[in-house]
Design a protein around this ligand. Structure first.
Ligand code: GLU
Length: 278
């Protein structure tokens, strides 16, 4: 059984990350699972190698360890792009040229099909910073029609019991309320979180996803992508997100609450982990 801790190197780790890491690594330890480390760095407009190196250093200092090699998402742009192309070919995804401004002005994205010839060329080997002409959205309504009456559910274990959650209800509600279809390829990075995370959870054989409750609503979209792609749905444990009581107190005093800064200020790993508590 395998879980993962999947930080994004868009900044320094702080107490909230220490808490999330503690939940994921302890979840694995308590059940004799392994816990992978996955660097979620597809957003090349914000992620840096320096922050990735700091993640290794902070987690190591906090006392966590993980099997090597570390999983690096930016090595898989091309794999993600192939999934997106397949969804387009199935007619389940469409190019959306609307800008945020257009959408604010009330224009709604429409599935007018796609012209994604040449889409994969943006990911050709060596391109570590893909961009594409238009973002691409997943057509929720068509995707559900495509799956006919297949179940769309996942098991949530955060209450201590296995609870079956029906994603179809949530997704149908989104369609009825005419919510915007989710973006599966951002124009500025060529791919998106939803695709990268579901692809990796499948190909890295993740059986239990442990992550913050802020991602709970995304899970419905993930279940849909898994079903269309014939990937297994792992079990999910969405933990509360640490309300940053120490962080807020410290930052009010103008202090940096990153793990690095706490370490440099002489705190021990044990003290930092104690502070990283709900
Ligand atoms: N990379 C995401 C984050 O840092 C976590 C994604 C996940 O666990 O599914 O919030």
């Amino acid at each position: 059984m395998v879980t993962r801790f999947a930080p994004s190197p868009t900044g320094r780790l702080h107490l909230g990350h220490a808490f999330a890491a503690k939940v994921a690594f302890n979840f694995a330890k308590a059940q004799n699972f392994s816990c992978l480390l996955r660097i979620e760095d597809i957003d090349h407009t914000r992620c840096t190698n320096e922050y990735t190196l700091e993640i290794y250093r902070d987690l190591d200092w906090l006392g966590f360890d993980w099997p090597l090699p570390v999983k690096i998402q930016s090595k898989h742009y091309y794999d993600y792009a192939k999934i997106i192309k397949n969804l387009c070919n199935l007619g389940l995804a469409y190019e959306c040229p609307l800008t945020r401004g257009n959408i604010r002005d009330g224009l709604l994205p429409k599935n007018k099909g796609t012209n994604i010839n040449g889409y994969l060329d943006h990911f050709k080997e060596g391109n570590s910073k893909p961009i594409i002409p238009n973002s691409i959205r997943l057509d929720l309504k068509k995707s559900m029609q495509y799956l006919k009456d297949q179940e769309l559910t996942f098991i949530e274990t955060s209450s201590g019991e296995e609870k079956k959650i029906n994603s179809k209800i949530a997704l149908m509600d989104a369609v009825e309320k005419k919510k915007l279809d989710p973006i599966i390829a951002r124009k500025d990075i060529g791919v998106s979180y939803h695709i990268a995370v579901t692809h990796d959870d499948c190909y890295q054989d993740i059986t239990h996803v442990v992550r913050g409750h802020d991602l709970y609503e995304s899970t419905h979209i993930h279940v849909l992508i898994q079903k269309i792609s014939n990937w297994p749905t792992p079990k999910y444990h969405h933990h509360p997100v640490l309300n940053n009581k120490y962080g807020d107190k410290l930052s009010k005093r103008g202090l940096d609450t990153s793990i690095r800064s706490l370490r440099n200020n002489g705190l021990t790993a044990h003290q930092v982990l104690d502070m990283a508590t709900l």
